[in-house]
Design a binder for this molecule. Structure first.
Ligand code: FAD
Length: 324
């Protein structure tokens, strides 16, 4: 029986990322009665982040503040998280399946000799056994896994488990913990963000993705305009990235980002299996392609056969009229 669960938070520019709140909801799915403890690691004042994770359902929060935690390093975050885990002796630890979660959790799990289920898209508690559903074979099938011994580590795929409703009045204890973070050999000199400003691709609810059919860097402009109207992010196929129409940071697929937005609009993308691996679990898929035989239509809920350079601007105009 899991009675105490830790959620390791992730923040960007001083604000907790949405996937942290999804991780709190995931912990509650593991056991609705468990004590959920938010763990906030970083530099500067972390108290507000501690309070915020509580507003999203955690019972209390522990912060570890150190200048060495300003940017993520495996060593710094690993030492801080391990110290909290050793203190708290949780039954399970939940984190987002993000670049940081993917790096940190296997190291922590190996250190304390426990199991890890990565990339869970759903969690159920069946007669006291916690089952984690995760995609396999590039999203073509799902398996259910349980961790039967030791501490259960789990990373959850962003955008799959709904966060609990934020409760402004919910309060809990936020404790600052001192950890001696000594062994950090990595020095971050600079962080260069490749992705465009605005909505984060891996957490976006709406994604407009362009493929080789977009034909040029300028060809992506109408996609950005559509994304702006819908409050979404722009992504791409590897075909478009290889052709240098956009940065590889936008690539979606087997060797790119895996996304599950509410709405995915594939524009000038043929639907190669490696692309589908990154987006086929999106809730609603719309495909715009001039080739009616394109494979993307096999996974699309709605298809528009036509020239993207005509369809996309018209769609943007219509949506503007509707004031969506
Ligand atoms: P294309 O296949 O060239 O399709 C372009 C489409 O645009 C066509 O369907 C065409 O009908 C349409 N089109 C053209 N002009 C217009 C127009 N004016 N209006 C409307 N439609 C138009 N790919 C990924 O995307 N992500 C990955 O992570 C990935 N990983 C890979 C890993 C490996 C190991 C390998 C071997 C390949 C990988 N690929 C990946 C590449 C993948 O196999 C495809 O080559 C790639 O997805 C094709 O990109 P595309 O659909 O943009 O281009």
């Amino acid at each position: 029986m899991m009675t105490k669960l830790l959620v390791i938070g992730e923040s960007r520019e001083g604000e907790l990322r949405n996937v942290t709140f999804e991780a709190v909801a995931a912990a509650k799915k593991m056991n609705a009665d468990a004590e959920v403890v938010g763990v906030i690691l970083g530099a500067g004042s972390l108290e507000e982040q501690g309070k915020e994770i509580i507003r999203y359902g955690a019972d209390r929060a522990i912060t570890v503040q150190d200048e060495k935690l300003e940017d993520y390093t495996s060593e710094g975050y690993g030492q801080a998280a391990l110290a909290v885990i050793e203190d708290e002796s949780p039954d399970g630890i939940v984190m987002g399946h993000t670049s940081i979660g993917k790096d940190l959790t296997p190291k922590l799990a190996a250190k304390i000799g426990s199991g890890l289920v990565s990339d869970a898209v759903d969690i159920s508690n069946e007669d006291g056994e916690v089952l984690f559903t995760r995609p396999i074979y590039s999203g073509k099938a799902f398996e259910k896994k349980a961790i039967t011994e030791g501490v259960a580590f789990v990373t959850i795929r962003p955008n799959n488990i709904k966060p609990l409703e934020r409760d402004e009045d919910r309060t809990g204890e936020v404790t600052a913990k001192d950890v001696d973070i000594s062994d950090v050999r990595t020095i971050i000199k600079d962080v260069i963000r490749k992705a465009s400003e605005g909505v984060d691709l891996s957490e976006a609810n709406v994604i407009i993705a362009g493929g080789r059919g977009v034909k040029s860097e300028e060809g992506f402009q109408p996609l950005y305009e559509l994304a702006e109207v819908l409050g979404g992010a722009v992504g791409a196929s590897r075909g478009a990235c290889d052709a240098e129409y956009c940065d590889y940071a936008l690539q979606i697929g087997q060797t790119g980002k895996v996304v599950t937005p509410d709405l995915y609009i594939a524009v000038g993308i043929s639907g190669a299996i490696q692309h589908l691996a990154g987006m086929s679990n999106s809730k609603v898929i719309v495909a715009i392609n001039k080739d009616p035989e394109a494979n993307i239509f096999n996974v699309a809920d709605y298809g528009i056969v036509g020239d993207l350079f005509e369809v996309v601007p018209k769609l943007t105009e219509e949506l503007k009229q509707l004031n969506v």
